[in-house]
Design a protein around this ligand. Structure first.
Ligand SMILES: Cc1ncc(C[n+]2csc(CCOP(=O)(O)OP(=O)(O)O)c2C)c(N)n1
Length: 371
């Protein structure tokens, strides 16, 4: 009879997420008695995060309005996910890279990307409206989970060259069902790539609810099987988000391997402006999440601590409105686009199919069939 060698109990326990999402603030902004696994961020950083969240929400609202004015082809709002995206952006160092999805525009704005450039792709001006190298932000990926592989390969290469860079890859709950998610986690774990996988679990993959997507105890548990340190956090609690992301950055930068962070959150708007969310979710569910709004939660907390005053709040609102006005003005300037750019830079040597498409578009333009 053969015996199976016993695996020490701690070998997987060190990767286990908390039983319940880490939380520091109750929905009304009062402090909760947390296990305080992680250091609480300073008041200065929380105020900075609040400022960035006010700007992020205003940006998101403006981008949604731009779809109604025909200036953007589409916009996937992330209203309600401010704490996840902005904590993630603010916890990175200047040398680090982000690998975002279509939903992560607020994180990109928080990183300092020019807002008109940021929306360039969704306006149809260019493949990626901003310069990825200048901001250290890869293009926003629409094919689900592909960015996780890009981030993993990039982080691995950076480590191999002895650079102190970490990669932060974003994805949604639905993307954790993609093969690319699993391949990225496995490679990152085996080769200790310095990458953070931030899963924003907003409850839906378009109209598909989480229960039809995964039977795992939590999405953070998906990291455990790969030998990745994993955590779950209340993604609408800005203090907890920043505390967990700070720790994740520290862990990954110390060379301990990748981390999976699942942030439990909710997208308050439809999947995009082209979707009608009332067809698959109930109004009372949305109401319940509105009561857990991350921005008002941090507002109450900082006000309670005497850090956020009416005057400061007003200043931030005025400054966010000014940014939105500049964005509107910038998006109302027609940009010169060359339709041939659609086909350039796709492959170093264009495929026959691509050449045929390019010739067809050129012929239609020459014949005045496209303007
Ligand atoms: C490989 C691939 N399959 C399908 C789609 C179509 N699609 C676009 S968004 C989406 C849902 C994604 O949900 P989730 O990962 O939870 O992210 P969220 O949109 O909620 O941020 C799907 C299926 C796609 N973009 N890429």
């Amino acid at each position: 009879m053969t015996t199976v060698e016993k695996v020490p109990a701690t070998s997987y326990q060190q990767f286990m997420p908390a039983d319940r999402p880490v939380q520091y603030l109750a929905p009304d902004g009062t402090g909760v008695d947390s296990a305080a696994r992680y250091a609480r961020p300073s008041d200065e950083r929380l105020l900075e995060m609040y400022r960035s969240m006010v700007h992020g929400r205003r940006f998101d609202q403006q981008a949604t309005a731009l779809t109604k004015q025909g200036r953007l082809a589409v916009y996937p709002s992330s209203r309600g996910q401010e704490a996840c995206q902005i904590a993630a952006a603010l916890c990175l160092g200047e040398q680090d890279w982000m690998f975002p999805t279509y939903r992560d525009s607020m994180a990109l704005a928080a990183r300092g990307i020019d807002q008109v450039e940021l929306l360039g792709m969704l306006a149809g001006y260019w493949h990626c409206g901003y310069d990825p190298a200048a901001y250290k932000v890869a293009p926003q990926c629409t094919p689900l989970a592909t960015q996780l592989l890009h981030a993993t390969g990039f982080a691995y290469a950076e480590a191999k060259q002895g650079r102190d860079t970490i990669a932060l890859a974003f994805c949604g709950d639905g993307a954790t069902s993609e093969g690319d998610f699993h391949e990225a986690l496995n490679f990152a774990a085996v080769f200790r790539a310095p990458v953070i996988f931030l899963v924003q679990n907003n409850g839906f993959a378009i109209s598909v609810p989480l229960a039809r997507q995964s039977a795992a105890p939590s999405l953070s548990h998906k990291g455990v099987g790969y030998g990745i340190g994993s955590e779950q956090v209340d993604g609408n609690d800005p203090v907890a988000m920043m505390a967990v992301m700070d720790e994740a950055v520290k862990y990954v930068r110390a060379g301990k391997g990748p981390v999976v962070v699942e942030a439990h959150t909710y997208r308050m708007d439809a999947h995009t402006n082209a979707d009608d969310a009332t067809r698959y979710r109930k109004a009372d569910e949305v109401e319940g999440w509105l009561a857990r709004d991350p921005l008002s939660r941090l507002d109450s907390y900082l006000e309670g601590r005497g850090i956020l005053t009416d005057e400061l709040r007003e200043q931030m609102t005025v400054s966010a409105d000014a940014d939105a006005a500049a964005l509107r003005a910038g998006m109302n300037v027609e940009q010169d686009v060359d339709p041939e750019d659609l086909f350039r830079f796709v492959y170093s040597s264009p495929t026959p199919g691509l050449t045929e498409q390019r010739n067809q578009v050129a012929a239609e333009i020459a014949a005045g069939e496209l303007s």
